[in-house]
Design a protein around this ligand. Structure first.
Ligand code: AMP
Ligand code: MN
Ligand code: MN
Ligand code: MN
Length: 277
């Protein structure tokens, strides 16, 4: 088994179409894949049949934005029922919040003399979700910045001129969207939140109390002290462990699809939850 349970397509801020992502998964000999686009399941839904034809075990997923103590946190939902109405209503709510933020960002960029952003973004985004990644691509396309990273650093992160905050739903609410849709809530990339260890542990315990069942332990190709710390936490809090590259685009060579260290032996792998059912 070679698994990757966290990646993106053009249905959110990834650069590969859902079909091209499946092709890449097959090329990289991945057997089990979850497409986890931000706040939508459209990419997954569009390739269910295609993945079946290719013999890939495709798991329904999404990565949902929420907040805990005022900080944006990402929760992955795995093995959700994509036809669940309350879940889809929640995802739509988040996409509406994303459009509200986008209009604020457009106004802010206009003040920096960056014009006609809406007209350029619409063909790019169409009916899928809008994220800061689309703004980064636009700034790159116009030659205002020389990379996506530079677009974030100069314009799109907190304190920069194009940044606008979002009042995401609370963590406990998002966990409930996932669990009532039969899915497994997973804390995404727990090492990136710039929290003290104590605060991270508090977040994990509140997540668990809300019904969360798993956390990502493996996000990188090599074992690191961060990974060891997360494996220890998964054991300590009795959570299942997930793994995912957070693949967005082939150019990010450090984040390859399926390029992941093995699951530590002491962890309970998240796939046991659906293998049993
Ligand atoms: P959003 O959910 O629209 O606010 O955008 C978050 C996404 O932007 C993340 O999933 C990453 O793909 C990307 N991102 C966030 N921060 C950065 C950064 N500093 N550099 C590059 N990409 C980033
Ligand atoms: Mn993203
Ligand atoms: Mn994320
Ligand atoms: Mn992600």
């Amino acid at each position: 088994m070679k698994a990757d349970f966290h990646c993106h397509t053009t249905a959110s801020d990834g650069s590969l179409s859902p079909e091209a992502l499946i092709d890449r998964a097959i090329e990289y000999e991945i057997t089990d894949l979850a497409i986890t686009d931000h706040d939508t399941t459209k990419g997954y839904e569009s390739v269910i049949t295609y993945a079946q034809q290719k013999g890939l075990n495709l798991i329904a997923g999404t990565e949902i934005s929420c907040q805990w103590q005022g900080k944006t946190i990402h929760i992955v939902g795995l093995n959700v029922d994509v036809n669940n109405a309350p879940l889809q209503a929640g995802l739509l709510w988040n996409r509406v919040l994303r459009w509200q933020r986008a209009f604020q960002m457009i106004t802010k960029l206009q003040k920096k003399n960056i014009q006609h952003v809406f007209e350029d973004l619409m063909p790019m985004v169409q009916t899928s979700m809008i994220g800061r990644g689309h703004f980064a691509q636009l700034l790159l396309n116009r030659g205002i910045v020389s990379s996506q990273q530079q677009a974030f650093d100069r314009y799109l992160t907190k304190g920069r001129p194009g940044y606008a905050a979002v009042a995401w739903p609370e963590l406990s609410e998002v966990v409930a969207w996932i669990t009532q849709a039969g899915g497994i809530a997973v804390i995404a990339h727990p090492h990136i939140y710039k929290m003290t260890s104590k605060k991270l542990n508090l977040m994990i315990s509140e997540f668990k109390a809300a019904g969360g069942q798993a956390m990502e332990v493996v996000n990188q190709p090599r074992v690191s002290s961060e990974q060891t710390g997360m494996a220890d936490r998964a054991v300590r809090f009795d959570l299942y462990a997930s793994l995912g590259s957070d693949f967005h685009r082939p150019e990010q060579t450090w984040r390859g699809l399926g390029w992941l260290a093995p699951m530590p032996n002491r962890c309970k792998p998240v796939w046991e939850l659906w293998a049993e059912s």
